[in-house]
Design a protein around this ligand. Sequence first.
Ligand code: AMP
Length: 188
Amino acid sequence: MRLVLLGAPGSGKGTQAGSLKTALGIPHVSTGDLLRGAVKAGTPLGLKAKAVMEAGQLVSDDIVLGMLEERLAEADAKAGFILDGYPRNVAQCAALEALLARIGQPIDVAVKLDVPNELIVERIAGRAAAEGRKDDTPETVRERLRVYAEQTEPVADYFARKGKLVVVDGVGTLDEVLARINAALPAR
Ligand code: AMP
């Protein structure tokens, strides 16, 4: 199964991907995690990405695509993967499609977690307290939501046009939302 998880920052994508990974036995590939790893390791790429991430903006398409390509080349991704945080804009949709065509692993389904804005802001505030992510400050969160609305919302339309989008209600307990996602996945 090759799955893309879509949804605003704080929609619960990362948490759900963690549960799905266990249930489906495929890796959770988060471009945000890959980038945070590079920042932490102090790689040249991480140094480039750091300020952009802390401003709540998108890291350059080339950098993220390169990291993703390397990650998908690892052995565990041959059985499938859960993509979280990518594609983030329309250019990345085309880049992903080309990359996956090249490796013969097209996306099966894109699941969008639908969560109202008020709840998003509340959830991110909770996460900021729990995890201390540098990009969870109020100003950065506002910028990330603006970037999401402007650049990432159209990604759902892209998958809808391909007949691959399912929208799942993301309000509820983790288990309730997980059950809805499972019910929305293609038969396997
Ligand atoms: P996330 O953990 O998905 O919320 O990502 C955290 C930050 O990493 C984002 O605000 C961006 O700065 C950067 N990032 C993650 N994925 C991408 C992507 N596909 N394209 C560009 N920047 C990204």
